[in-house]
Write a protein that binds this ligand. Structure first.
Ligand code: XIL
Length: 379
């Protein structure tokens, strides 16, 4: 790991300590950042606790930027395509599948002995127009959904070991029973679209880990607390009906706003785990668009604090077996779930663990600490 030097970090810490004193910030928290350690890849630290660590991947960067692949190969034990396995990418017409970009990711992963997580089958977004044109009634909608899941899973069988089968099915504002989202699939098939999707996925690859994936489960606020309740109820009902779901994905699109995570989140994770489900963090990033500081260094410190607090809490349960960040490194143009949202000072966001030169940011050093301090994961 000679390429990565801690020198910059040490240089920065001096000014951070001074800033901490000037603003009465707790020094202990800053002081921790002086501790010089050689960089150890996150995937390696996570693996020592029985946890997979990975990132969402863009196949175009993999093709045009060698250092992107080098970073992935070094840091990750799992990857997921950010967009390349979405319906519109894989299945642009009923009789045409395009596996090229997704295959490039899967081939890369195989070469480097990295697992692949598939994302995603049922989603209210990324559906090409032909689906609505051809799924005119309940029967045709079910056929199209089953065909898609079966064909894709058969193509990747043995190479993609887990799938987000249903993504973001909840939207309380839509006013439907069970707080279900009024999506295309709900309109065509009713709430049993979930049963159909998991059934098709299980039949296509009985060994695959099959997950429900959603956002807005993380914070201690009223909205997230209510959503955790809704998800628990939904998961219990799915299990009661014998639906072959085996994991919950918590997207974890966080924000540097000072909002708190609470013990309810740990209770939630324990509860999901006690239902026999794996608990994954699937799309971790920290939106810094509302951070007021203008200099990158203070912004990065605030983002790092959010990563640390969140990872300490969720890894502390011993029930989270996978952590995936939603992207590889910060880009000049904004990336992540809030792509396109500029910061309040007109800069692009810095939501990830590595900077645009592929160097670990403070958030990465802090994530490393979280993995080092985590209890061994109860798989
Ligand atoms: C986002 C991608 O990051 C963007 O590049 C794309 O334009 C839209 O989708 N929840 C999900 C992800 O499950 O698939 C989304 O990814 C972010 C929110």
């Amino acid at each position: 790991m000679a390429a990565i030097s801690r020198r910059t970090m040490l240089g920065q810490t001096v000014s951070v300590a001074a800033a901490a004193m000037a603003t009465n910030l707790p020094l202990a928290a800053w002081a921790k950042r002086r501790d010089p350690k050689p960089w150890v890849p996150l995937g390696k630290l996570a693996a020592a606790r029985g946890i997979d660590f990975g990132m969402a991947v863009n196949p175009h960067r993999l093709a045009d930027t060698p250092s992107y692949g080098e970073l992935l190969a070094r840091e990750c034990t799992i990857v997921t395509p950010e967009n390349a396995m979405k319906w519109e990418a894989l299945h642009p017409a009923r009789d045409r599948y395009d596996f090229q970009q997704a295959d490039a990711i899967v081939d890369f992963a195989a070469k480097h002995n990295i697992k692949v997580h598939g994302h995603t089958f049922v989603w209210h977004r990324a559906l090409p127009p032909w689906v609505a044109r051809e799924a005119t009634d309940k029967a045709s909608a079910e056929t199209i959904l089953r065909e898609h899941i079966t064909a894709v899973m058969q193509h990747f069988k043995g190479r993609v070991l887990s799938w987000d089968v249903v993504n973001e099915a909840i939207q309380p504002k839509d006013g439907l029973p069970g707080n279900m989202r009024n999506s295309f699939w709900y309109e065509k098939l009713g709430p049993e679209y979930m049963d159909i999707a998991f059934d098709a996925a299980h039949k296509a690859d009985p060994k695959a880990v099959l997950s429900y994936n959603d956002y807005g489960l993380e914070y201690a606020n009223r909205v997230d607390t209510a959503k955790r309740q809704t998800v628990l109820t939904m998961l219990r009902e799915l299990k009661k009906r014998g639906v072959p779901i085996t994991a919950l994905g918590m997207q974890s699109h966080l924000r540097a706003t000072g909002e708190k995570f609470g013990p309810d989140l740990a209770d939630f994770i324990h509860e999901v785990h006690s239902m026999g489900l794996e608990c994954w963090v699937t799309e971790l990033d920290v939106d810094d668009s509302r951070v007021i500081a203008a200099d990158d260094h203070s912004r990065d410190m605030q983002v790092a604090d959010v990563y640390k607090q969140y990872l300490d809490l969720v890894l502390g349960t011993g029930c989270v077996n996978t952590v995936v960040t939603w992207g590889v490194w910060d880009q000049v143009r904004a990336v992540g779930a809030e792509a396109g949202v500029a910061t309040n000072i007109g800069k692009s966001q810095r939501p990830l663990l590595f900077d645009s030169n592929g160097q670990p940011k403070q958030a990465a050093w802090d994530a490393a600490e979280s993995f080092r301090e985590a209890p061994r994961c109860k798989r």
